[in-house]
Write a protein that binds this ligand. Structure first.
Ligand SMILES: [Zn+2]
Length: 164
């Protein structure tokens, strides 16, 4: 079986606030989690990154685990496990930068609730980030099927794929 590594390469998204680069293993997780079957449930997790010159490099994404509540239109993570993951990844030099989840629509759009939750996380957690990242994974192939946004205290800026 051909590895996805050959077909999906690192991908960048850009807004006026900066560039977010997704590593291929993260893209692979998004790709495999797409809700292609009618019975497929929403999936999601957290995004972890390193900071580089003018770029956020998203190098790791967690996947649904025990204690998450899932349905086709709903994903509610296990918050205590999330905090453990944040602490564990931090020891590896990776910073929590945001969340991702799937939608059963081809070209996804975050709901008002999705945005509201992420802005609340930005406001209520202790960090020194200029922004957080929200990713919604639709059924269409990447990059068309990815919605990527920069999340601030009270605003959101959609990013676009950067084709080099
Ligand atoms: Zn959603």
């Amino acid at each position: 079986m051909p590895s996805l590594r050959e077909t999906v390469v690192t991908l960048c998204f850009r807004s006026s606030f900066g560039i977010v680069q997704f590593a291929d293993n993260v893209l692979e997780i998004f790709q495999k989690s797409r809700q292609l079957k009618p019975w497929a449930k929403e999936a999601g997790g957290q995004l972890f990154c390193r900071f580089a010159e003018g770029k956020v490099l998203v190098e790791w994404a967690t996947r649904p685990g025990q204690g998450d509540k899932r349905s086709r239109y709903f994903f509610w993570p296990n918050r205590p496990k999330e905090q453990k993951d944040i602490n564990g990844q931090f020891e590896q030099g990776l910073h929590y930068i945001g969340d991702w989840h799937t939608h059963p629509e081809p070209i996804p759009k975050p709901s008002g609730e999705d945005i509201g939750k992420m802005q609340a996380i930005y406001r209520e957690s202790i960090h020194s980030l200029k922004y957080m990242i929200l990713v919604v994974v639709g059924r269409e192939k990447i990059p068309e099927g990815l919605w990527v946004g920069f999340i601030f205290r009270k605003s959101t800026v959609k990013a676009t794929p950067l084709i080099e």
